[in-house]
Design a binder for this molecule. Structure first.
Ligand code: PGA
Length: 248
């Protein structure tokens, strides 16, 4: 079986102290998670020290969000270049909480993708439909539009990873995970669309209420390359249980 991705998005769940404690424990147990590409996305305040802790293991970090301009008068923002300097490997772009709570647009998502590539980060582009769009059978249209604009006029560097996470908004933090068969259909659709845009082979993840007891149904599906986990990654027992369930 090929490697499977487990990305843990800690959102704003953990303060500095809790972030370091979780990073230390998971790093010390990393040899138990063979076959799992384990990436953690800490808050900006814990980012530097969590990254340093993980550097002693196979684990890597990514930023939860970053601005596309390299430096300047952007109060409160952190740039892609700044995260790269601290050792970030990945950056989440267009997470639904950014799109819906902070009104991030498809155009901004595209700007961030371009900036991430320019500084050497691998973007993890998040797409997904709302509950209303899902109920109105708009899922395919929404995803196609999000993908089309995220990749508009983007030249992907050869050899750079291309990661898309399908995260239905209604499945995030709700305990109501999307059925793996439904995820499979959307993943096929994303793969087909990406093939028309770029030569790079994509990694496609699922996210939304993934826990230790349902992760197997996703990772055993060949169309699903791994999972992006929020709440379930911000607690040591749950994170270790998910990573152990994925280990080969
Ligand atoms: P959840 O969040 O696992 O808490 O549903 C997933 C995400 O937002 O990436």
């Amino acid at each position: 079986m090929s490697e499977k991705y487990l990305f843990g998005n800690w959102k704003m769940y953990l303060n500095y102290e809790k972030s370091l404690a979780l990073a230390q424990t998971v790093a010390s147990r990393s040899s138990e998670f063979s076959g799992v590409v384990l990436g953690l996305f800490p808050s900006a305040v814990a980012f530097t020290d969590v990254t340093k802790i993980l550097q002693q293991s196979d684990l890597v970090t990514g930023a939860q969000n970053a601005h596309w301009v390299e430096e300047g008068g952007y109060t409160g923002e952190v740039s892609m270049a700044m995260y790269r300097e601290l050792g970030a490997r990945y950056v989440l772009i267009g997470h639904s909480e950014r799109r819906h709570l902070f009104h991030e647009t498809n155009h901004e998502v595209r700007q961030k993708v371009e900036a991430a590539l320019a500084v050497g980060l691998t973007p993890v582009i998040c797409v997904g439909e709302t509950e209303k769009e899902h109920a109105e059978n708009q899922t395919a249209l929404v995803i196609e539009t999000q993908i089309k604009s995220a990749f508009h006029n983007i030249v992907w560097p050869e050899g750079r990873g291309l990661i898309v996470a399908y995260e239905p908004v209604w499945a995030i933090g709700s305990g109501q995970a999307c059925d793996p068969i439904e995820v499979e259909k959307i993943h096929e659709l994303i793969k087909k669309q990406l093939a028309t845009l770029l030569p790079n082979k994509p990694v496609i993840l699922y996210g939304g209420s993934v826990k230790a007891d349902n992760v197997g149904a996703y990772i055993n599906n060949p169309t699903i390359d791994g999972v992006l986990v929020g709440g379930g990654s911000a607690n040591i027992d749950s994170l270790v249980a998910i990573a152990s369930a994925m280990a080969q």
